[in-house]
Design a protein. Structure first.
Length: 140
């Protein structure tokens, strides 16, 4: 299963996001372990929200909000995409992630599985019945 692992930080502490040389080295080693185990498919750190924008959709229209997003309680500071056998395996790998108290007392890694096409089989079958299209084939 593929999962997205998001590193979250407090909006107020966003400027503390630049790693020290020591933390950079710890993360390099950790990422190398993920790669060597065949877990890591990709990942990057994100620049501060001051360099970003939000596109907001409402019933009355679309607007753009330029960063920074200081009012946000949490911001995504970076991410990985991992290929793991289970959520439990992802949790075990996440627990090994280096921790630096300089970024705040509480740091969070959020792990969320990606949807795969098989997750939508019932929806696809229902949609094909509604529009007369052939149902997806069962491979096996």
């Amino acid at each position: 299963m593929r999962v997205l692992v998001m590193t979250k930080g407090a909006g107020a502490n966003e400027e503390k996001g630049t790693p020290t040389a020591e933390m950079f080295e710890q993360m390099r080693v950790y990422n190398e372990q993920l790669v060597n185990a065949g877990i890591m498919l990709g990942g990057e750190g994100l620049q501060p929200s001051a360099k970003g924008a939000q596109v907001v959709f409402t019933e009355t229209g679309t607007s753009v909000v330029d960063g920074p997003f200081a009012e946000s309680k949490e911001l995504i500071a970076g991410y990985w995409i991992w290929e793991v056998r289970s959520l439990e395996e992802a949790v075990e790998w996440a627990k090994r992630c280096p921790y630096d108290p300089r970024y705040g007392a509480d740091q969070v890694l959020e792990i969320r599985p990606f949807y795969e096409m098989a997750d939508f089989d019932a929806t696809l079958v229902a949609a094909s019945v509604d529009d007369g299209s052939p149902a997806p084939r069962e491979d096996g």
